[in-house]
Design a protein. Structure first.
Length: 134
């Protein structure tokens, strides 16, 4: 093998190792999502990551079965706050809040088979025009 061949092989090996090392590190840092529109969440983010399905089910039961509206963990309010400033949606790419988290966790998001994945017009109009990734 020539010196050039050895250098090419070493460079290829270094790139492979760098790529395999960066993959888990990038994954461990979490998904890169668009920023929320408003201030702090209604619950601690760690609690929301773990328990939001339970909150949404409880809210569904209160709303559908008991007729109680305006609950603390409303799906519509979540969408209003977490919809992208660019297009008002929580689905569409890995940067969109719901799709990004569910893709990262490898969990099917089926809420929006029935519910709207876009912010309500009043929430979109009230959203500030600035903001960055979270």
């Amino acid at each position: 093998m020539t010196v050039a061949g050895i250098l090419r092989a070493a460079a290829a090996a270094a790139l492979l190792l760098a790529g395999s090392a960066a993959g888990p590190l990038a994954h461990a840092s979490g998904p890169a999502l668009d920023a929320a529109r408003a201030g702090p969440c209604v619950e601690d983010p760690k609690l929301m990551r773990r328990s939001h399905p339970d909150f949404l089910k409880h809210g569904r039961d209160d709303t559908v079965r008991k007729g109680i509206r305006g609950i603390r963990h409303s799906l519509a309010a979540c969408v209003d706050c977490h919809a992208s400033r660019a297009d008002g949606r929580v689905l569409g790419s890995e940067r969109h809040f719901c799709q990004g988290c569910h893709d990262y966790a490898a969990v099917k998001v089926d809420c929006f088979d029935c519910h709207a994945s876009t912010a309500r017009p009043a929430a979109t109009a009230a959203a500030p025009a600035t903001g960055g990734a979270r």
